[in-house]
Ligand binder design. Structure first.
Ligand code: THU
Length: 143
């Protein structure tokens, strides 16, 4: 697969954080009170947003990152450059293990922009957040 480092420019980071911040306002998080917004940048340049959607059966909560991914897939986007995640967390909000795995389905060369509403920021590559992802189990999807 492609191994280029997805160096992400400041304007793109700002664009994704704006989109994620707006999406966060649509979160449905009455159980945890923890609203999360995500914005996923596709290879086409389009941005797909997501927010967490909770449920009275607590374990069924859908994270913002997977919400954004589903948006993108349904619109035909399957290659991704970056994803921004923002919440009112102590430090930059990082994707949970399940979201790392689900995002990795479509390749590990994705800049993960982790942020909080206080302006703290940390950028990592998805393949760093989920090393040794199970490429060998996948069929069809290329990275
Ligand atoms: N959550 C996300 O949406 N993304 C993250 O990166 C962290 C966790 C959601 C799931 C749940 O609705 C709430 O935050 C508390 O964990």
């Amino acid at each position: 697969g492609r191994r280029s480092s997805s160096v992400i420019d400041e304007a793109t980071v700002a664009r994704l954080l704006r989109a994620a911040t707006a999406a966060r306002l649509r979160a449905y998080a009455p159980y945890s009170g923890f609203s999360v917004g995500a914005a996923l940048l596709g290879a086409s340049g389009r941005v797909f947003v997501g927010a967490n959607v909770e449920n009275s059966s607590y374990g069924l909560a859908l994270c913002a990152e997977r919400s954004a991914l589903v948006h993108a897939i349904v619109r035909g986007e399957r290659r991704f450059r970056a994803v921004a995640v923002i919440a009112d967390s102590d430090g930059p909000c990082t994707p949970c293990g399940a979201c790392r795995h689900v995002l990795s389905e479509f390749g590990g060369d994705v800049a993960v922009i982790c942020a909080n509403v206080n302006g703290q920021l940390r950028i990592r590559e998805l393949r760093e957040l989920l090393p040794d992802r199970n490429d060998t189990l996948r069929r069809g999807a290329s990275s």
